[in-house]
Design a protein around this ligand. Sequence first.
Ligand code: MD5
Ligand code: FE
Length: 199
Amino acid sequence: DDMVLSSGALFLPGFAAAEVATLLAHIRTIATCSPFRHMLTPGGRRMSVAMTSCGRFGWTSSRMGYRYTSFDPDTGQAWPQMPSVFCELARQAATRAGFVDFLPDTCLVNRYAPGARLSLHQDLDEGDMSAPIVSVSLGLPAIFLWGGPRRSNARRRITLHEGDVMVWGGKARLNFHGVEPLPPGNGTYRYNLTFRKAR
Ligand code: MD5
Ligand code: FE
């Protein structure tokens, strides 16, 4: 049931279904060390999505801009290690999409409460754009907005359910994308794991 959305973009519905409980348990542990926080954008707005990271690097946003750091600025400690089950899952999904030897050095953990959204953007903060991005959805379903290489391009709306995995590489790597405001549902949160090669 692999679905090719376009060159470089692969939708793997339910690819992580068997791992859901394990992944959620790891998110709890990660958040014990590096708590979820609502970061400030460079423009001074508070993000509605709560975030934390694991891996060698973590993605952060502040008035100073977006960047990857080795230490969690909120705790002063190194980010929690990436659990091997995270890394293996990302690797297997990337392989299915034809990206062999994907070795993510960071996993951003996004937490959406009802009403939280991610406005249309591109992922431009990584040093190596030849590496794909792997995204894993957990918890409540959300409507993902998938655009093209220009902000003005038409967008597709794709409902992502718990256990769904997406791989974005090649020509799709720099496409605009976002998440619509999360509707209230049968649960508390949507989580998304975003695996990237930061450096
Ligand atoms: C999310 N997170 O659902 C998404 C999943 C982020 C973010 O966008 O930056 O934290 S990653 C979706 C993605 C990544 C790279 C390229 C494309 C989509 N794309 O070409 O559509 O919380
Ligand atoms: Fe993104």
